[in-house]
Design a protein around this ligand. Structure first.
Ligand code: TXA
Ligand code: MG
Length: 317
């Protein structure tokens, strides 16, 4: 059985009101959404994704004024960042109030709030009387979905409905900024670049991405991973090293016409590369090669978020 795919907001709303799951499009990646105020509905997210219960979910809202609704204290800087980047690929961690169930935040004192920038999902959120808890709509640990078909391929038989909003424009997950403590910390690099946030904040920020005891519990060393081994480095050298195995190549700009090759951005545009990343990894994973070789991008702008995903995708326990 597969899920219905379409743009029927009423159908999506009715399922969510009944405590069912609906996949929703966002500008970053597709989310697997449930009524954030209904623990039974939220539990289904963990089950369908096979996600550990200690890994908290982001709560999606439809307006900046919702900050006060779910956080018990909203520092001025959080409001400033929301004003600047919402709707958009930025998640703000704030001290939660008691209306957010503990299951959503895995018992933490903070809640991640985000207003996504996608017209269908914003319309859906505005029609609902509750916010939506939603992780990326992929089985835990696998590559995140950036199209309705990606969701259908992996979770279609466990879902009632997939709201189809086309291909995700940003293509990597939101940047997570912890605003709950004395100083701001970036816990995940994502669709808003570090440089853009630092420009607003006016100072350089602490990037605290730990993998052994993650501050954002989902930042495991191995994540976003294809089933085939992915090796990073100098592509030309890696080809020599791995021949005669069948090689798939994930390159930034350069073309390798003799191989299964996905190019992230022929013009070297980091935004375009981010948009293409997960789709390219999925295609290479589906092709008949034994191994995928790839290279890192320049460590700036969205290149940082892409490199973070590539390193985790390449990591083997
Ligand atoms: O762009 C996105 O953020 C996408 C779309 C669907 O909005 N969502 C997403 O969710 O990437 P997910 O669950 O795949 O990743 C959320 C990350 C996890 O690493 C989780 O541990 C962290 O956010 N997180 C959520 N709430 C947190 C909290 N209260 N404290 C620390 N980390 C938190
Ligand atoms: Mg995820």
């Amino acid at each position: 059985m597969s899920a219905l795919i379409g743009q029927d907001l009423i159908a999506a709303k009715e399922l969510l009101e009944k405590g069912e799951l609906v996949a929703i499009p966002t500008e970053t990646v597709y989310g697997l959404a449930a009524n954030a105020l209904n623990p039974e509905a939220v539990l289904k997210i963990f089950e369908v994704k096979n996600r550990p219960h200690f890994d908290p979910l982001i709560v999606h809202v439809s307006s900046i004024s919702d900050l006060e609704k779910w956080a018990d204290h909203v520092p001025e800087i959080a409001r400033t960042l929301a004003n600047k980047f919402w709707p958009g690929p930025l998640t703000l961690l704030l001290r939660k109030n008691e209306r957010i169930p503990d299951l959503v935040t895995s018992g933490l004192e903070t809640v991640g709030l985000r207003m996504p920038n996608h017209i269908l999902t914003l319309d859906l959120l505005k029609s609902l009387e509750f916010p939506l808890a939603a992780p990326s709509a992929n089985p835990f640990g696998y590559i995140s979905p950036t199209s309705a078909v990606h969701v259908q391929d992996q979770l279609g038989d466990q879902l009632g409905y997939i709201l189809d909003g086309g291909i995700s424009d940003v293509g990597v997950e939101s940047t997570i900024v912890d605003c709950s403590g004395d100083e701001l910390r970036v816990l995940r690099l994502g669709g808003v670049s570090l440089e853009e946030i630092e420009e607003i904040v006016g100072t350089s920020l602490k990037v605290q991405i730990s993998s052994s005891k993650p501050n954002a519990p989902g930042m495991f060393l191995s994540h976003y991973a294809p089933r085939k081994p992915l090796v990073l480095g100098d592509i030309d050298k890696l080809i020599l090293q791995y021949l005669p195995q069948k090689i798939g190549i994930l390159s930034f700009q350069k073309s390798y016409p003799k191989y299964n090759n996905q190019i992230l951005s022929a013009t070297g545009n980091l935004r375009e590369a981010a948009r293409n990343l997960f789709g390219a990894l999925r295609k290479l994973d589906a092709e008949n090669s034994d191994i995928i070789v790839g290279e890192l991008l320049p460590e700036e702008g969205l290149g940082r978020a892409v490199n973070d995903r590539l390193r985790r995708a390449a990591h083997r326990e």
